[in-house]
Design a binder for this molecule. Structure first.
Ligand SMILES: [Zn+2]
Ligand SMILES: [Zn+2]
Ligand SMILES: [Zn+2]
Length: 218
């Protein structure tokens, strides 16, 4: 039996950046991963630039070093195949989050199991609108995500795949109680909900409940 305490992550205005080379998958499949060939060199942290609409500016074209910079990877980190001159040179970034309890900084792909955050790029435009699984925002107008074992992200406020009320937009397939920041977050079927499941979450390799601020397998 494994237990993971819910820990709240707050977004920062910094991003971790990588120099990334890859090949587009329609032309080529990596012999090692079956996906596209890929390699990343970690540069460090930088300020996030935002678009006019408040989203993270993913372009970064004018911020990347020249293509002859020796830090650009030259071959796929999985299969070793060399990149061609036409393969993209991408300055890749991921937002840095800070765990309020420990001060630990992380990106979401590396966040420990039990980490919890607001998918602000979903919730920010829906602060005044309706709530419910079709709107992907919960009762506090956050769009909560919880990190599960196997690096799966559980979008608690979205519609479950086995929802039995697909035409009802306002209910929650997972009903949450408590508060994500103070260790009381609790998810069950006690509220306006459908008949899907018992409030648990199942992903490949994990099935469990989030009760009283603790994620537990069963
Ligand atoms: Zn490869
Ligand atoms: Zn439902
Ligand atoms: Zn189970």
């Amino acid at each position: 039996m494994s237990e993971y305490k819910i820990r709240w992550l707050e977004p920062t205005n910094r991003e971790r950046q990588w120099l990334r080379r890859y090949t587009s998958s329609d032309k080529h499949k990596c012999t090692s991963t079956g996906s596209f060939c890929n390699a990343m060199f970690e540069l460090g942290e930088a300020d996030i630039l935002y678009t006019k609409d408040g989203y993270i500016d993913g372009g970064r074209e004018d911020r990347k070093p020249p293509e002859n910079d020796p830090r650009w990877p030259t071959s796929c980190s999985a299969c070793g195949r060399p990149f061609g001159a036409d393969d993209p040179f991408q300055l890749f970034g991921r937002q840095v989050y800070v765990c309020e309890a420990t001060g630990e900084r992380t990106t979401l792909d590396k966040a420990p199991v039990g980490s919890c955050w607001d998918a602000w790029w979903i919730s920010e435009r829906r602060k005044d609108g309706p709530t419910g699984c079709a709107h992907m925002v919960g009762p506090d107008h956050r769009s909560l995500v919880v990190k599960l074992p196997g690096n799966h992200d559980w979008h608690v406020d979205t519609r479950a795949r086995n929802c039995t009320m697909p035409d009802d937009n306002e209910h929650f397939c997972w009903v949450r109680h408590g508060h994500p920041k103070d260790g009381t977050l609790h998810v069950d079927k006690n509220g306006r909900t459908c008949a899907a499941g018992a409030g648990s979450i199942a992903v490949p390799g994990f099935h469990g409940f989030l009760h009283h601020g603790v994620l537990r397998d069963c």
